[in-house]
Design a protein. Structure first.
Length: 369
């Protein structure tokens, strides 16, 4: 008989987790900071969202609406959905964790692609499950490979579409093929954090698939195009039975009142969203073209960021480029933890920031004018 542990011990799998490390957010003293490491919008939030946030200052002693009814109704109105099939959370991260905790048990398998969001693995291990990592093709999710990885132990498949940090996406027909190929008891989680940025005719976030399926849930965030990352706000849309299970297990006041009010205002300000899309369309294309002129390989992206590849040797590596840029206040994201040690991820920033990165990399590569 095993002796009791001398101190409390976490459940199996927890100590196998590599804690999530966010992108850097500081520059050397005296250098202007351009933070391009976390895919935040350079336009900031809607002025209407800022005003709504400020209006809560006189009500801080009150609990928020535990069901975030006003926000769910605003989201439902924006997309033509049933508000009862929406649940809100402290960022989509919380909802991804919650979904995993509810639907994955000890020894169950959760499937995701090799360059998928790091939170998937963390959530699976925290729930006592086994992460199953599927190879990608050309840095893009491969539906056949995902389906081949499904076993009788599989309970969840995560698909980020578009994917972070690669910026690649799958056409909606491929996503439908994935859902059709999964056993009906396997939950497909569509992480559409960057959906608002995509300008491709063959893309869809997954709303239609959720509406017509019993085993698909989609998560979204207010952290990216809406510029509310500091408030931690996200939402999920799913079948009634899934939303019911999530509501039974989420925290009773998991979304704060200021986030609710700011979210309602943000989603209604279509003019601000249009400006953010216009800015991203322009500078995504420009930055891609300019970096390619320097001889760098850039993975084609449909998001608000770029994956930039550097040579592994010759003094021009991603690690050396990162250090060079950091000294100039240009903070990009190392993606070695995603299995991409020879690349950096760059958020599309302000015009000034984008131009400075291109100029700095030209200098770094010895190609400055």
């Amino acid at each position: 008989m095993a002796l009791p542990a001398p101190r409390p011990v976490p459940r199996p799998g927890v100590l196998d987790i590599e804690a999530y490390v966010p992108g850097k957010s500081s520059a050397p003293a005296g250098v202007k900071l351009h933070k391009l490491s976390s895919n935040e919008t350079p336009l900031g939030p809607s002025p209407k969202a800022i005003a709504a946030y400020g209006n809560l200052s006189g009500k801080l002693e009150l609990y928020p609406d535990g069901s975030a009814t006003k926000l769910r109704e605003a989201i439902a109105g924006r997309y033509g959905l049933d508000a009862n099939r929406i649940v809100c959370g402290t960022g989509s991260d919380e909802l991804l964790q919650l979904i995993t905790k509810v639907y994955l048990g000890d020894g169950d398998e959760g499937v995701f692609t090799e360059h998928g969001f790091l939170v998937y693995k963390i959530a699976i291990l925290a729930a006592g499950g086994k992460p199953v990592v599927v190879p990608e093709t050309n840095l893009t999710a491969d539906i056949d490979a995902i389906l081949a990885a499904v076993t009788p132990r599989t309970k969840i498949v995560f698909l980020a579409n578009p994917n972070n940090p690669t910026g690649t996406y799958l056409p909606f027909d491929e996503v439908k093929r994935l859902q059709a190929g999964l056993p009906p008891h396997v939950l497909l989680v569509l992480d559409a954090a960057y959906a608002e940025y995509v300008r491709r005719n063959d893309y869809a976030s997954g709303l239609e698939l959720v509406a017509t399926s019993e085993n698909v849930v989609m998560t979204r965030t207010f952290s990216k195009i809406y510029g509310l990352a500091n408030l931690r706000l996200g939402w999920a849309y799913g079948p009634a039975h899934i939303i019911d299970a999530l509501n039974r297990t989420r925290g009773p006041f998991n979304v704060n009142g200021a986030a609710i009010e700011a979210g309602v205002a943000a989603i209604a300000d279509e003019a601000h969203i249009a400006l953010a899309i216009e800015h991203n369309d322009k500078w995504l294309a420009w930055t891609t073209a300019e970096l390619e002129k320097l001889g760098l390989t850039v993975t084609p992206s449909v998001g608000n960021f770029l994956l930039i590849h550097f040579p592994a040797a010759g003094g021009k590596s991603a690690k050396e480029a990162d250090a060079f840029l950091t000294q100039r206040g240009l903070i990009l994201r190392s993606v070695a933890s995603y299995g991409l040690p020879d690349a950096l991820r760059m958020t599309i920033g302000s015009e000034e920031a984008n131009r400075l990165v291109v100029a700095a990399l030209a200098e770094f590569l010895g190609k400055a004018a």
